[in-house]
Design a protein around this ligand. Structure first.
Ligand SMILES: Cc1cc2nc3c(=O)[nH]c(=O)nc-3n(C[C@H](O)[C@H](O)[C@H](O)COP(=O)(O)OP(=O)(O)OC[C@H]3O[C@@H](n4cnc5c(N)ncnc54)[C@H](O)[C@@H]3O)c2cc1C
Length: 404
């Protein structure tokens, strides 16, 4: 293959570009947005205001693709927390015991994560260039049309334009039959706010037990700040946000933020639906591949999307561009987030509340997004085994030095 053109310079696009340098003579990345000078949110990535944690599967994939990048992130101020060893988690079934496992998460702002990865990857991105269509026909994609009317030839075009991807329409314009798309509403909105806070807190997660799926998280990030997110139907005013945090199943997050200084406005996010585009089942022309959120996007409560992007990139690096391989990674995330219809029914249902210990355990160990957690039984026991005494809130919180 001589030239690959990647559409979208978000995480999936940059990582796919890294992977493709092993298979193409030239890799060109087109990004409609412009990157800010320094790690700041940008228009093309509205979710960059919200918390983004990288789970174990993503951490490992990133380090495989770009050795040393995880150390770069930690040096830049990201925090690593063992899961659940360094996390204060109130699941639907009760408080987690502190158990160390091989699973970790990395918490930092999304802009920092993207900037460190881009810098480390050394991929040149053509900023301010919007893709508006494909060239070729139903048999073969031969290039890309940009917003200025320019045509760029390519042997492979990779769609990494995210959850609002227009690729199905671009393919239809070439005469390709429709790509099946399934959307399952998550029923939750997000509201996020930054606070000045110390880095010695655990990652805090208060999961909902019943619908409406009201929950909250607090993660330490770079620069001595916390990123605090309320999920469900959170209000956007100061008093309402705090009251909402206090009314969660436990007020630990409210207790923390009440004493902290806010470091920005409360930002909403309503774009949380689960969506799967089955590109792998379509009669795709040669020379086209979809990755990242374009292929699958799940309710952010699962914290999967970046890991899916990284794990797909590893598959591309190893196997070459393959829609089937990218879809295999995407499907694990999709199956976790969306329950199959019951017999006789036809509606898929989002499973987003993480309300049962079984479901949360599946998230933490049953899922290949956290692969090879050898001591996964320990995680499971910490959550569901009757032999483990349930913790009171006081006992759970006092497991951490910050609370003493
Ligand atoms: C509120 C929220 C919280 C989340 N939290 C987490 C989390 O904790 N952990 C996790 O792993 N995932 C999380 N996610 C998911 C994560 O944001 C995505 O999975 C991830 O960003 C996917 O990357 P992407 O590159 O596919 O898409 P994006 O990151 O959306 O990037 C798409 C890029 O394409 C560009 N673009 C768009 N159209 C064009 C065009 N026509 N031409 C050229 N460029 C174009 C955009 O400007 C953008 O840079 C969260 C998502 C949301 C909404």
């Amino acid at each position: 293959m001589t030239r690959a053109v990647v559409l979208g310079g978000g995480l999936a696009g940059v990582l796919a570009a890294v992977a493709l340098t092993r298979h193409a003579d030239e890799v060109v990345v087109l990004e409609s947005d412009r990157y800010p000078a320094g790690p700041r949110p940008r228009r093309g990535l509205p979710q960059s205001h919200h918390n983004h944690v990288l789970m174990t599967g993503g951490i490992r994939a990133l380090d495989e693709l770009l050795p040393g990048v995880v150390d770069d992130l930690l040096t830049a101020g990201a925090h690593r927390r063992n899961l659940p060893g360094d996390c204060l988690i109130f699941s639907g079934e009760g408080w987690f015991h502190r158990v160390r496992t091989e699973a970790d998460l990395i918490a930092c702002s999304r802009p920092l994560l993207d900037e460190v990865i881009r810098r480390h990857a050394g991929i040149e991105v053509n900023e301010g260039v919007r893709a508006v269509g494909l060239t070729g026909d139903a048999e073969k994609v031969t290039g890309v049309r940009t917003g200025t009317g320019a045509l760029l030839g390519a042997d492979l075009v990779v769609d990494a334009t995210g959850r609002r991807s227009q690729a199905p329409g671009w393919l239809a314009a070439l005469g390709v039959p429709p790509v099946e798309e399934v959307t399952v509403p998550s029923g939750v909105a997000y509201a996020t706010r930054l606070y000045e806070g110390s880095g010695d807190v655990p990652a805090v997660m208060v999961h909902p037990k019943y619908s409406p799926a009201r929950g909250g998280t607090l993660f330490p990030i770079e620069g001595g700040r916390w990123i605090v997110t309320m999920t469900g139907d959170p209000p956007l005013d100061e008093a309402g946000f705090l009251a909402y945090a206090r009314e969660l199943r436990d007020p630990v997050i409210a207790d923390l933020i009440e004493k902290a200084e806010p470091a920005g406005p409360i930002r909403p996010c309503h774009d949380t639906a689960n969506r799967r585009r089955y590109f792998e089942n379509a009669q795709l022309p040669e020379g086209f591949l979809a990755v990242g959120d374009s292929l699958v996007t799940v309710n952010p409560v699962f914290s999967h999307g970046m890991s899916v992007a990284a794990m797909s990139a590893v598959r591309i690096a190893e196997e070459g561009p393959s829609q089937r391989a990218a879809a295999e990674v995407a499907d694990r995330s999709w199956r976790m987030a969306v329950a199959e219809p019951r017999k006789g029914g036809n509606a898929k249902v989002g499973r987003a509340v993480l309300s049962s210990a079984g479901l949360a355990a599946e998230l933490f160990h049953g899922q290949a997004l956290i692969p090879a957690v050898r001591d996964h039984q320990a995680v499971f026991r910490a959550m569901v085994d009757d032999l483990v005494e349930p913790l009171t809130a006081e006992q759970a919180i006092s497991q951490f030095a910050w609370a003493r």
